[in-house]
Write a protein that binds this ligand. Structure first.
Ligand code: AMP
Ligand code: MG
Length: 355
């Protein structure tokens, strides 16, 4: 179905202390069933009233999101959790005490009143409290739970600036609140508390180690380290889809930093000999080894948090540079590195190389 083009209101907001009239205007748009993009501490979200199935259906159409991939509901207080979930286990309370507001999404038994468009028809709900003054002010002012996937066209790298949002969604959504670049740069950790042992369905800002320190046993879903679409059983429909992909094919090279660099140098030479423009994504801080060409660096040496913060912007920059192929360095998949490698492996699909 072809969407009508609408005028998108772009509004700058102070990320620490947002103007109340701006927030009130955006909250009214949400209350009327409109779509508002806003900054969170992870990436930009595209918000909609989580209790309005019709509005949520439009969000799926605008993003081109598969209907069976459910949305995370963003709340500004625990009262909303009790309203949305059928049951709130002790472990959930403990995790909220420690990690909320923050990049941890809890999958809880479903309740009543959440439309199937939001849950993807599952009997569970995914809920988090974002750690960003603009997001919290907007949810509070709207006095609604706000379902918010990343504010991008499905399958594209997630947006970490309002410019990225406009690039994908200008003319399709009512409002973009620009609170500057997001801090963390990758999405929240999704933790399923309805499984017998708590299970990470998507790695993110809160690491498996952080969760194990609080809960003891925590499993990591086997699909998380897979590159192409996951074919096994899953309670997280998002695992099935290729995500985070730039326009050009991305080839991910994993191994020791030295062997990865040597392989990428060799591959880049071969592609260039064929007249192709190879972009190189350095995540190990080894940019200087590659010489001239389109070499982008996400983060610096031994600084995975900086890699996370710069990852999606670098992938989008390769689109602007219109390279033919992207050769990306892998990093250790531990700590926040697990989230980074999960995104890179998804972006790579089947194109994974171990050296
Ligand atoms: P996004 O909003 O694009 O950042 O993606 C949200 C992620 O949360 C996807 O991977 C979804 O599959 C996952 N998710 C949302 N709701 C549920 C749920 N009820 N059970 C399991 N996973 C969920
Ligand atoms: Mg997304």
């Amino acid at each position: 179905m072809q969407e009508d083009v609408i005028s998108t209101r772009y509004i700058k907001v102070d990320p620490c202390c947002p103007d109340r009239t701006v927030i009130a205007e955006a909250a009214l748009v949400l209350r009327r069933g409109g779509l508002v993009a806003f900054p969170t501490e992870t990436v930009y979200g595209l918000g909609v009233n989580a209790l309005d199935g019709t509005a949520a259906a439009r969000l799926f159409a605008v993003k081109g999101r598969p209907a069976d991939n459910p949305l995370i509901i963003h709340v500004a207080g625990r009262d909303m959790v009790f309203q949305l979930a059928g049951q709130v286990p002790e472990k959930a309370i403990l995790l909220m005490d420690i990690f909320w507001p923050g990049p941890l999404t809890l999958v809880l038994p479903g309740g009543k009143g959440v439309p199937a468009w939001v849950t993807g028809g599952l009997d569970t709900v995914a809920i988090r409290m974002p750690d960003h003054p603009v997001a919290l002010a907007l949810i509070r002012e709207a006095a609604l739970p706000v379902a918010a996937p990343s504010a991008n066209i499905s399958g594209r790298p997630s947006p970490t600036t309002a410019g990225h949002v406009l690039c994908d969604l200008a003319g399709r959504i009512e409002v973009v609140l620009d609170g500057g670049p997001t801090g963390l740069g990758v999405e929240s950790t999704v933790l399923d508390l309805t499984a017998p042992t708590p299970q990470i369905l998507r790695p993110g800002g809160i690491t498996p180690e952080d969760l194990q320190n609080v809960l003891g046993a925590v499993e990591v879903h086997p699909g998380i380290r897979a590159g192409s679409e996951w074919c096994g059983e899953t309670r997280s429909p998002g695992l099935k889809y290729t995500h985070y992909a730039p326009d050009a094919p991305l080839l991910l090279v994993e191994g020791s930093p030295e062997s990865v660099t040597a392989k990428i140098v060799d591959l880049a030479r071969q592609y260039r000999a064929k007249g192709l423009r190879a972009g190189i994504l350095s995540c190990n801080g080894r940019k200087e080894f590659y010489g001239e060409g389109e070499v982008l660096q996400a983060g610096g040496r031994d600084d995975p948090a900086a890699v996370a913060a710069g990852l999606y912007a670098a992938l989008r920059r390769f689109d602007e540079l219109a390279v033919d192929i992207i050769l990306a360095e892998g990093i250790k998949d531990e700590g926040i590195g697990l989230a980074i490698m999960n995104r890179l492996r998804k972006a790579a699909g089947h194109r994974l190389l171990r050296v």
